[in-house]
Design a protein around this ligand. Structure first.
Ligand code: PHE
Length: 444
């Protein structure tokens, strides 16, 4: 709320940059390439694309409709339509809080890597460096603080003057840098093996595990199931076409994920590294790749700027979900909400960071603190997605949702029949099956 009236995006382009900014993040650049590396390359990419097409688009459009219809952030949006369903919005607020707590720890690592690259490079033994940096009790917390402060500063400046402005600058810059790095990577001698691994789906590698991993990744990467898109959608004007927006945002997000694979995997192959290196792929393998590349120093700096922009445009959306809740529900001012919430998230990030080092022995359900926070979000996002589909299909009702999407019939809705079937039947059932499988309740 700015001057008592609800803030709005300056333009639809601004909304798209902000929503794509939320979607494009560490999930695309850090997680997607290593998940693809671990889960059979092309097969994972194929399954991922199908899920984006059928489920990602469906839920994205549903969330935009809820947000714009109520002009409220997630909790209050659900509450306005049905009091009993407000808890679904509440799940989203909790998810935003939990995710940003660990996300900004990794954001801090990225800041440190950028700084180290600028001042002269990561030490040659990148694995040892990564291990000693993340387990240090002080340095990562310092960088996490800086990252959280940058996030807070942007969100403090509000929708148009903060989030939109930042995303309109950072997102186009990110695209340009990513394209430069991808071209560099695929023209390296020996890159062909990496490209083949990435693009050839070997169906024999298709397992339930691949599907579960891809589904979780779609939710995380598209910022779905936790009210982020509801909140951003609540700042949209009635004349914008939600249908088009809900296609453009996943397409942009997917293009970035695919390009990230092109930027990383061919280079990894070209220099004889392991594509399945896991979470260390970006922090351990890539600095070595840059080290071996002509002008690698420049590409290293560009790369970590890119990752930083991606992480920041996502972290601000996570903070905004919780800030908007405090504004809409508890009538807090923006400044108070930003300061208090970001401080708390930073504080929760401290044990998460320490669990990489001196607190690594503390276990919750078999996870260290950091992984436990990741686990909670892996559960909450699909859960939020299932409930949202049921909510739209059977509580709010398809007719009301369609009326919102078409602005009372004024805007055409080409995919109406497809979307209706998807949101009422296919998406909830598919997500429930995969979700139960992930929880170990259903095994196939
Ligand atoms: N989509 C972001 C990424 O890929 C993470 C995120 C999840 C942001 C949920 C907002 C909400 O990194």
């Amino acid at each position: 709320m700015e001057n008592g009236k609800r803030a709005q995006w300056g333009s639809n382009f601004g909304f798209i940059m902000a929503a794509a900014g939320s979607a494009v993040g560490l999930g695309n650049l850090w997680k997607f390439p290593y998940l693809a590396g671990k889960n059979g390359g092309g097969v994972f990419v194929l399954v991922y694309l199908l899920i984006v097409l059928f489920i990602g688009f469906t839920i994205m459009l549903g969330e935009m409709a809820i947000g714009r219809s109520t002009q409220l952030s997630s909790y209050n949006a659900y509450q306005r339509i049905s009091k009993k369903w407000a808890f679904v919005g509440g799940i989203g607020v909790i998810a935003g809080f939990v995710i940003l707590s660990f996300y900004s720890v990794v954001g801090g690592w990225v800041l440190n890597y950028l700084y180290q690259t600028v001042i002269g490079g990561i030490p040659a033994d990148t694995a040892a460096y990564f291990g000693s940096f993340i387990s240090d009790p002080v340095a990562p917390i310092f960088w996490n603080m800086l990252f959280m402060a940058a996030t807070a500063l942007i969100v403090f400046k509000g929708i148009g003057g903060g989030i939109e402005k930042a995303c309109k600058f950072m997102m186009p810059a990110l695209f340009v840098i990513l394209i430069i790095i991808s071209i560099r990577a695929i023209t390296l001698p020996g890159a062909a093996a990496g490209i083949a691994f990435y693009l050839t789906p070997d169906i024999s590698k298709l397992t339930a595990g691949t599907v579960v991993a891809a589904l979780g990744q779609v939710f995380f990467s598209l910022s779905l199931g936790m009210g982020c898109i509801i909140t951003y959608g609540s700042y949209l004007g009635k004349e914008e076409t939600l249908e088009k927006n809900s296609i453009i945002v996943p397409v942009l997000d997917t293009v970035v994920a695919l390009l990230a694979g092109f930027a990383i995997l061919p280079a990894v192959f070209a220099f004889g590294f392991e594509p399945g290196a896991g979470p260390g792929l970006m922090f351990i393998t890539l600095p070595q790749v840059f080290d071996k590349m002509p002008f690698g120093w420049v590409f290293g700096i560009l790369f970590f700027i890119l990752v930083l922009f991606a992480a920041l445009t996502s972290s601000i959306s996570l903070l905004e979900v919780t800030v908007a809740y405090m504004q809409d529900h508890h009538k807090w001012g923006r400044t108070k909400a930003v300061v208090i919430l970001s401080s708390f998230m930073f504080l929760i990030g401290i044990p998460a960071s320490l669990s990489m080092g001196i607190w690594s022995g503390i276990m919750i359900f078999g996870y260290n603190i950091f992984d436990f926070l990741v686990f909670i979000s892996d559960i909450l996002l699909p859960l939020g997605g299932i409930l949202m589909c049921i909510f739209i299909g059977y509580v709010w009702g398809i007719d009301k949702a369609v009326a919102e999407i078409t602005n009372g019939g004024k805007i055409p809705f080409k995919l109406k029949a497809f979307w209706t079937i998807m949101i009422k039947y296919v998406a909830p059932i598919a997500v429930i099956i995969v979700f139960l499988n992930a929880l170990g309740i259903l095994k196939f």
